[in-house]
Design a binder for this molecule. Sequence first.
Ligand code: CP
Ligand code: NVA
Length: 298
Amino acid sequence: MRHFLTLKDLSANELEALINRASELKKMQHKGEIYQPLKNKVLAMIFEKSSTRTRVSFESAMIQFGGGSIFLSPDDTQLGRGEPVEDSARVISSMVDAVMIRTFEHAKIETFAKYSSVPVINALTDDFHPCQLLADMQTYQEHRGSIKGKKVVWIGDGNNMCHSYINAAQQFGFELHIATPVGYEPKADIVSSVDATIALFNNPAEAAKDADLVVTDVWASMGQEEEQRKREEAFAEFQVNSDIMKLAAKDALFMHCLPAHRGEEVTADVIDGEQSVVWDEAENRLHAQKALLEFLCA
Ligand code: CP
Ligand code: NVA
């Protein structure tokens, strides 16, 4: 049995195969082909934070694969009333075929996985968002071919998405530039845990030079709502705008996991412009997670 808590839970070869499979599943879906490898299988989906893309993509994936899913929120289950994670893991996993969790502390999903008898998928924690990276890597490959040896620039917060880009730099073999304000760098232990070329900057223009892919995310993540104002000030110089895109390679792509705030981390002309692939990136959540579910459960 395998879990998918970070990109490091799969080998580089397995990830490459998974991305290729995601593109194949996408073609099958677009042709209207019925493919149901998870008939009668059930995915439990625990959401302790909000979601649009993650919920719709996992739920649709299970329906299209011939199975079903159960949405569980802390508000109306015992999860929000203090039942130990270990107990919840043993009980829920005894009744379903896989569990998807979106939560706060990464340690919680690790504990759940330890006591789960079925595969556990990380659908975002405070530290990582590996499912989004599957979609991002699929999207890059579909537009530009292999990302191996390319230069990616992350501009903004050293957050869960940034940490997953750090893991991806190792697993997919690209060079990663990270530009953050002082004090908002990614966690040092995550940076030092990978075997990859990673450079940290406090100047977005320097970091963006000749990049093949420009990526950003919100300045205040879920759980940091009360820091919004303070972060708007700290990140003011870290907006992805046309000046930044001009410094990147001519054929650079722009990605954002969404939801986005036009006028904050990215200008409308960039996210709605020709270099932006955010809608493909969002759609690919469905196809990449189907490949993941097939890998873990079929
Ligand atoms: N990108 C992403 O995970 O979006 P949701 O929060 O809508 O699921
Ligand atoms: N960094 C963001 C990503 C949302 C998909 C957050 O954690 O809120």
